[in-house]
Design a protein around this ligand. Sequence first.
Ligand SMILES: C[S@@+](CC[C@H](N)C(=O)[O-])C[C@H]1O[C@@H](n2cnc3c(N)ncnc32)[C@H](O)[C@@H]1O
Length: 209
Amino acid sequence: MSSIQKAYNSWAFQYDTNQNKTRDLEGIALRTILSTIDFERVLEIGCGTGKNTIWLQEKAQHVTAVDFSEEMLAKAREKIASDKVQFKQADITKEWSFADGKYNLVTFSLVLEHIENLDHIFRKAANALVKGGYAYIGELHPFKQYSGSKARFDTDEGREVLECYTHPISEFTQGAKQHGFIVSDINEYFDDNDRTQIPRILTILLQKV
Ligand SMILES: C[S@@+](CC[C@H](N)C(=O)[O-])C[C@H]1O[C@@H](n2cnc3c(N)ncnc32)[C@H](O)[C@@H]1O
C-alpha cells in the first residue's frame, strides 16, 4: 500500500469534520463551474468521502466514483445510497479498468497533487470521454504549494503531511493539449474572495475535441 493510500485511510475518520478551507472552497468551485454545463455520465476520480459525489449524482444520470482508499470510500458509501452511483476502489496510476463505457465529464478534485505523472492521467481521461466531453480539474493552487501548503492532518501521534507533487499551471494546460483537449476555462478562488492574497484553488475546465 502506498504512503498516500495509508494516510487517506487514517484521515478518512476526520476528513469531513476537520476545519479544511481547501476542501470547502473546492466544493464551491466545482458546483459553480459545473452548473454551467450539461452532463449525463460522470467519472469522478478521487471521490474521497463523497463531498462532490452528492452534488454530481443530483445532476447526472450515472456517476462512477473512484478512489484507492477503502476508508474514504466507506465514508462516501455511508452518505450516498443511489442506484445512479457506482463506487469503485482503484489506483488511477494503473489501468483504468473501472471506466464503464464513455463519459461526458471526468472530474479531478484535490487528487492530482498526489499524482506525479500527469501524462498517464490525461491519456486515460481522454480515452474515457466522448468527443466534446469535459474534464474538470480543481486543485490546491500551485502558488499555495510554492508558499509551503501541503495536504495534512493531525493525529494523536502528531501531524501527518502527505506526499504531494507541484504541477505548474502550464503543466496542466500543455499536458491536456497533447492529449486532444482544449482549455475551455481557467479560474482562481481566494479565501474570503480576497484577491490581494494568494489564490487557494485553481480550476481548469478542458474539452475533448
Ligand atoms: C484530498 S482527497 C479529495 C477527496 C474529494 N475529491 C474531495 O474533494 O473532498 C484526495 C483523494 O484522492 C485519493 N487518491 C489519491 N491518490 C490516488 C490514486 N493514485 N488513485 C486513486 N485515488 C487516489 C485519496 O484516497 C483521497 O480520497
